[in-house]
Design a protein around this ligand. Structure first.
Ligand code: NAG
Ligand code: NAG
Ligand code: NAG
Ligand code: NAG
Ligand code: NAG
Ligand code: NAG
Ligand code: NAG
Ligand code: NAG
Ligand code: NAG
Ligand code: NAG
Ligand code: NAG
Ligand code: NAG
Length: 792
């Protein structure tokens, strides 16, 4: 949280630019008149957030004026003596602003009453010039289970059935900030339409940040504001020093109507941070910031304690144009402990944020049957075979027809041979595919490990089947041949049928030996099991620590969550990584302390500033190889690239899965599609890797065909349909006279950049494509245009 921000304004006429630096302000908008639901209660009484009588515990919620990310909200709760409605269930109500105002940004505290994944919600903003614009929110559920979905306010449980009975899943309230179109004053907002309980959007508080100056004033130069200065847990090695990254976000508060070269940063401005415990090692550089926009830059610092830091902005001549003080300096913890609050500050590393594209590999004993009805997860073969154990079940029928009644799942272990597994060939493929990391399934819900599990269990490839340490081979090949490829490990927290999991079992992971589907009086073996006394202490935690410390995984990509010792693990994972100079991440399926969250076979409709990663198979709906899927159904280069670009434009990464054969081959139809997408990335990756989402939106309209991405030097427009003679962009982007535009799929345009113009009335861009060869690279239908900023 930010202490009182002190801003020193230096009115500086450098060149022709007058620059003022002003505080970033926010004003609460009263929602009281629209309140129609009671979300929080004392002991459940009267609360009915979700339509089924559940509520937050009001005594655990903050009250009054509450600040997060520099934004002040007026919370609806008082001193805990609670009664009555405290939030708005959106039902297409009109929220009218007290007076029409040109806005820079809008901020909300909200939650969905769903317990499912993110859901798109559409707001309609109405402006004084009679125009309207749809703004998309990717809204998060108030709790999720067994995955974790943490917000900015979290409580450890909810009340159910309007009683004091507790559901012990942590509940959350989330924060959302979005850019507001500033060409005209905002008059009102139509809130998203009503839906059934279970996917309704609840809004607790809204605040707004106006543009500056008000439209009656004359614009004589830049009006800048520090949106945030966030001391992160990311670091970079600078010579002998490990320097902490501070993400500084700068806003240009002028409305878009003021856009011109002299209301924009259009030459390198540097950002430095100083203070009693902070000194800058490498300053940040901002080359372009137009009215109504925001950009973020890392400043690398040494921080040796907590204090209040000052951000200094200098223009291209090195003249100080403004100072802003009061930013809390917080060093990276020297030692991580199992304190969830401390672990909660951990973030995904810079490499992960920049990598964008990873290959997921589901390979294991399920690769032997490699079968599921179309649209079913083949790696779930053993669970599905047993549920239900009768001839109405297609898995049961398939097993009986193919292998007869006497073959059980563990009989497949012998046929999981890995006989053609060539780790070197795999990493070559990942690299040629354009991926920057990979995640191997090291143990799925069947409990069969692909790494050395030592004395915890011998259920794994080292002790049975191939008698090889498959994870070690793959990681070793990557380290040796493609050291820039980052290495991750999927790990299933529970096991379906482990006797040791029985004390912890839940829903589809009950633990306990499987009952033979054809001979129901018999239990199936759990081959390789060793005697342990506690699954978490003697198997799960040691496995995770082994993956971290012996194999040096950089991503602990857990699955399912549930019972865990993850805080303890995470502390050791981070301490071990720091000692080795690695930066690592864990996902939201380890049961606690997530760094990023993981929509499955799903992408998000809008920018989500909390880091996320979509994962899905190349198969239409399976991670493990499914021989029942026709290869023509695999995601082709177009689908891969369009999904990747869409996801990245919304702040996500894309983890695309392949399912190798039991022999260890990634079959040609999968490999070929990866390579074709890799060809596109080879020419156009400059609009994917190392990019950031654009503050003003990921795409040109709700269902638009363009995606926008930014870097410090460029602005990218990726078209997901083939443009004809011209490329038209119906929104004002940060382009200024003198900039070049190149099409990344045609080396000719590198030599002669494309002709472009902006409409004098709308400011919209048109690019002349008459001399461009638009053949899709690698067959991937996506066309990347890069605006290259040129200083005045
Ligand atoms: C809540 O009420 C429903 C319907 O009466 C009941 O089925 C359910 O078991 C109750 N839940 C708890 C946790 O008491
Ligand atoms: C979370 O909710 C699920 C589904 O209602 C329930 O089965 C589970 O026991 C809850 N978890 C905890 C820790 O209460
Ligand atoms: C804006 O500029 C015009 C023309 O230069 C001037 O007459 C007017 O006083 C200015 N308004 C303000 C608020 O400075
Ligand atoms: C800003 O630029 C416009 C043209 O783009 C020019 O008319 C105006 O005089 C400039 N203002 C300042 C303060 O330089
Ligand atoms: C790192 O070392 C190089 C070579 O000695 C030097 O030029 C550079 O200034 C150093 N960088 C920093 C941030 O100290
Ligand atoms: C902490 O950092 C500040 C600023 O870089 C420096 O002046 C001070 O000497 C440092 N103190 C310690 C104890 O290292
Ligand atoms: C930062 O400044 C605020 C307000 O001036 C003060 O209350 C706080 O103690 C300061 N923090 C540190 C670590 O110096
Ligand atoms: C194992 O492979 C052999 C040889 O291909 C085959 O005959 C047998 O049916 C397979 N058994 C199982 C359980 O997969
Ligand atoms: C493994 O793949 C590499 C290509 O990376 C190839 O050079 C090598 O010959 C292959 N090894 C075998 C045993 O096929
Ligand atoms: C496995 O070996 C380690 C190290 O020798 C030992 O600390 C641990 O207790 C053993 N675990 C089991 C389950 O035997
Ligand atoms: C790629 O796949 C998409 C989605 O299935 C399909 O619409 C498109 O026609 C395919 N493209 C090619 C070139 O096969
Ligand atoms: C966008 O697409 C979705 C899904 O196809 C559709 O429901 C929605 O109406 C579309 N919105 C607009 C503005 O076209």
């Amino acid at each position: 949280m930010r202490s009182l921000q002190v801003v020193f304004v230096a009115l500086n006429f450098s060149g022709v630019l007058a620059v003022s630096l002003v505080p970033f302000t926010s004003t609460a908008v009263s929602l009281t008149d629209l309140f129609n639901n009671q979300a929080a209660s004392v002991s459940g009484s009267g609360g009915n957030f979700d339509g089924s009588g559940s509520s937050y515990d009001v005594t655990l919620l903050p009250t009054g004026v509450w600040t997060y990310d520099g934004i002040s909200y007026e919370l609806p709760w008082d001193d805990g003596t609670h009664g009555g409605n405290d939030n708005v269930v959106t039902q297409s109500q009109a929220l009218t602003l007290p007076e029409p105002t040109t806005l820079h940004e809008i901020h909300m505290l909200y939650a969905l009453d769903s317990t499912q994944v993110d859901t798109a919600k559409t707001f309609v903003f109405h402006f004084a010039d009679q125009s309207a614009e749809e703004i998309q929110m990717s809204a998060k559920a108030w709790w999720q289970w067994p995955e974790i979905n943490l917000g900015v306010i979290n409580t450890p449980y909810s009340f159910v059935n309007q009683t004091s009975v507790k559901n012990l899943n942590a509940t959350s309230i989330f924060q959302w900030s979005a850019s507001v179109p500033s060409r005209s004053a905002l008059e009102s907002i139509t809130l998203p339409p009503d839906t059934e309980p279970g996917s309704r959007l609840h809004i607790f508080a809204i605040s707004i940040t106006p543009s500056a100056p008000s439209s009656s004033e004359n614009v004589t130069g830049l009006i800048l504001s520090i949106r945030r200065a966030q001391f992160s847990t990311r670091w970079a090695q600078v010579n002998e020093t490990r320097a902490q990254a501070v993400q500084v976000t700068l806003a240009n508060l002028l409305p878009i109507s003021a856009l011109s070269a002299n209301t924009s940063i259009n030459s390198p401005y540097t950002i430095e941070i100083s203070g009693p415990t902070v000194s800058t090692v490498v300053s940040g550089t901002i080359k372009r910031l137009v009215p109504s926009d925001q950009v973020s830059v890392d400043v690398l610092v040494i921080t040796n304690g907590t204090s209040n830091a000052t951000v200094t902005i200098k223009d291209e001549q090195g003249t100080v144009v403004g100072l802003s003080g009061g930013w809390p300096a917080m060093p990276i913890p020297a030692e991580w402990t199992a304190d969830p609050e401390l672990l909660g500050t951990h973030e995904t590393p810079t490499w992960y944020n920049q990598a964008k594209y990873g290959i997921f590999v589901h390979w294991g004993v399920y690769s032997v049957p490699a079968w599921a009805p179309e649209g079913t997860y083949a790696e779930w073969y053993n669970w599905d075979l047993h549920n239900p154990p009768n001839s109405g079940n297609p898995f049961y029928v398939h097993q009986l027809d193919t292998y007869g009644p006497s073959v059980v799942y563990d009989d497949f272990i012998a046929n999981f041979t890995a006989s053609k597994f060539n780790a070197s060939a795999w990493v070559d493929l990942f690299d040629s595919a354009g991926a920057k990391y990979f995640v191997l399934v090291t143990k799925h819900h069947d409990g069969f490990a692909l790494f050395d599990t030592g004395n915890t269990t011998h259920r794994g490839s080292v002790y049975m089947g191939p008698q090889r340490d498959l994870l070690a081979e793959l990681f070793h090949a990557a380290k040796e041949k493609k050291p820039w490829l980052h290495r991750g490990t999927y790990y299933s927290m529970p096991e379906w049928f482990s006797p040791d999991y029985a004390p912890y079992g839940f829903s589809e992971w009950p633990g306990g030996l499987a009952r033979n589907v054809f001979y129901p009086s018999e239990l199936e073996p759990y081959t390789g099991r060793l005697n342990i006394s506690d699954y978490l202490a003697d198997l799960q935690l040691p496995h995770m620590l082994t993956l971290a410390e012996t194999y040096e995984t950089e991503i602990m990509w857990c699955d399912i969550g549930g019972p865990n010792r993850t805080p303890e693990f995470a502390a050791q994972f981070y301490n071990n990584a720091m000692a080795k100079g690695l930066q690592v991440a864990i996902n939201n399926r380890c049961g606690a302390v997530p760094d990023f969250f993981t929509p499955e076979y799903q992408t998000l409709a809008a920018i989500q500033t909390q880091k996320w990663e979509t994962n899905e198979g190349m198969d239409p709906f399976s991670y493990g190889l499914n021989s029942n899927t026709n290869a023509s159904q695999y995601k082709n280069a177009t689908t891969i690239i369009q999904t990747l670009v869409d996801v990245v434009s919304k702040n996500g990464n894309y983890l695309l899965d392949v399912g190798p054969t039991a022999e260890g081959e990634i079959i040609a139809p999968m490999a070929n599609n990866l390579l074709a997408a890799g060809e596109w990335l080879g020419s156009s990756g400059g609009c994917v890797y190392n990019t950031s989402y654009w503050f003003k939106g990921a795409q040109d309209s709700v269902n638009g065909t363009l995606r926008f991405l930014t870097t410090p030097d460029t602005f990218c427009i990726v078209s997901l349909v083939q443009p004809s003679q011209t490329l038209s962009v119906n929104t004002q982007i940060p382009i200024l006279l003198g900039d070049e535009i190149v099409y990344l799929g045609d080396s000719n345009t590198e030599v002669s950049p494309l002709a472009w113009s902006t409409d004098p009335n709308t400011g919209y861009l048109t690019v002349d494509l008459n001399n461009v060869r638009l053949n899709p690279i690698g067959g991937a239908e996506a066309w990347a245009f890069q605006v290259r900023y040129k200083a005045r």
